[in-house]
Design a protein around this ligand. Structure first.
Ligand code: DSN
Length: 422
């Protein structure tokens, strides 16, 4: 690369990734094939529209590529329709809200500090300015069970037009059938934001919301699904010409969503990323991907066990999925941002995170969030999770000793470099 400044920084980032261990539960390492598709000549092409209905010439290959991505997504997630064009998770969620709602309409989502995502109506976001968000939350912090009675009572009172299941920091499974029963009672459209767990659904180790009657599922493609940065919207219903207006009915959701993504919200799709999504979906349909997903869960159980045994207080006392949230403030007397920086120092990357009803602010919250998708891709197993828990515990206890942190950093590097990046 002639641009030596960028070349050096990319090389430095590759070294950081190689020599450290990635515990941010929303990150992963893509295959060489996914990276090849992303850096292909497809980045040169404009393809506004959808396969067979484009506004530019030269679509002989791009139409086939996008159709393959669509067909693979539908088959993997058991949906009637897939829109593979959203550039990321936030515009995917935004597109669904705008496809179904009018400004001022109500959406019911998870309490943000209990695990809901920023795009589920954090004050200050575009969606929170346009729509009215009401909340459900966890009933019992010990088990993580959602308060379905409270959810039903609020739904009956506020009549949300969308009930949104999904989270970015909640370590348990949701009871989608209970969501569906409440949604059907109030006539809401049922939407699941599965960004964190889409890969685990595709791999068959977590439940698919469509099996419980959900209408729409959004997901990013770069977390457990192990594809390029981007997103998809999957839906039930029937498909007609996305460029013609249709009536707002559940049956028409695919068309409403397509029209909202393009031309409603985005212009040209990123065809190199769509090709990489197709490759990731192909990989996720292979038998070895199921083994990967089982190992992600098993590693998460081992990491949770290792942390609990060393005195960590995990929110909901464990995990059913790939992630966990630990209350650092109550165990160590300092906040999650201090833990994040200390662990970064020894090559363990994770993120500070709020805990339910956190008395501290999001930039210096009480907790940390960690997970196993990336380390599992590298080939680490249960015994390594116990070692990681040990390092986390030692580093936080000895955080003021540069000598001890140096020693722990060397140990992390020694293990990490035995497990090359894909
Ligand atoms: N930023 C993602 C996460 O880390 O969970 C969600 O968009």
């Amino acid at each position: 690369m002639k641009d030596t400044q960028i070349a050096k920084l990319i090389a430095a980032e590759a070294k950081r990734q190689r020599e450290g261990l990635e515990l941010i539960p929303s990150e992963n390492y893509v295959s060489k094939e996914v990276r090849e598709a992303m850096s292909s000549v497809l980045t040169n092409k404009y393809s506004e529209g959808y396969p067979g209905k484009r506004y530019y010439g030269g679509q002989v290959n791009t139409d086939k590529i996008e159709q393959l991505a669509i067909d693979r997504a539908k088959s993997l997630f058991k949906s009637d329709h897939a829109n593979v064009q959203p550039h990321s998770g936030a515009p995917a969620n935004e597109a669904v809200y705008h496809a179904w709602l009018e400004p001022g309409d109500t959406i019911m989502g998870m309490e943000l500090s209990h695990g809901g995502h920023l795009t589920h109506g954090r004050p200050g976001t575009i969606s929170a300015k346009l729509f009215n968000f009401v909340r459900y939350g966890i009933k019992d912090i010990e088990t993580g069970e959602i308060d379905y009675d409270q959810m039903r009572a609020v739904a009956l009172k506020t009549k949300p037009k969308i009930i949104l299941a999904g989270y970015s920091s909640y370590p348990r499974e949701l009871d989608y059938a209970k969501f569906a029963a409440i949604g059907n009672e109030v006539g809401a459209m049922l939407m699941a934001d599965m960004a964190h767990i889409a890969g685990l659904i595709a791999g068959g180790v977590l439940a698919n919301p469509f099996d419980s009657g959900f209408h729409v599922m959004t997901t990013t493609t770069h977390k457990t699904l192990r594809g390029p940065r981007g997103a998809m919207i999957l839906s039930r219903g029937s498909v007609s010409n996305p460029l013609r207006p249709v009536e707002k009915t559940l049956e028409n959701l695919p068309t409403l969503i397509d029209r909202t993504v393009f031309p409603g919200l985005q212009g040209g799709p990123h065809m190199h990323i769509i090709a990489a999504k197709a490759v990731a979906l192909f990989e996720a349909a292979q038998p070895e991907y199921k083994d990967y997903c089982k190992q992600v869960l098993s590693n998460a159980q081992a990491l949770a066990r290792g942390l609990i045994q060393r005195g960590f207080k995990l929110i909901t006392n464990g995990t059913d999925n790939h992630m966990m949230v630990a209350d650092i403030q109550s165990s160590f007397g300092f906040d999650g941002s201090v833990a994040e920086l200390t662990l970064d120092r020894i090559g363990l990357t994770l993120n500070k995170n709020v805990i339910p009803d956190d008395p501290l602010p999001p930039y210096k919250p009480s907790g940390i969030r960690l997970g196993t998708p990336a380390v599992t891709t590298r080939g680490l197993k249960e015994e390594h999770m116990d070692q990681i828990a040990k390092w986390i515990s030692l580093a936080l206890k000895r955080r003021n000793s540069e000598t001890d942190l140096d020693k722990l950093g060397k140990e992390v590097k020694q293990l990490a470099t035995q497990f090359p990046l894909p």
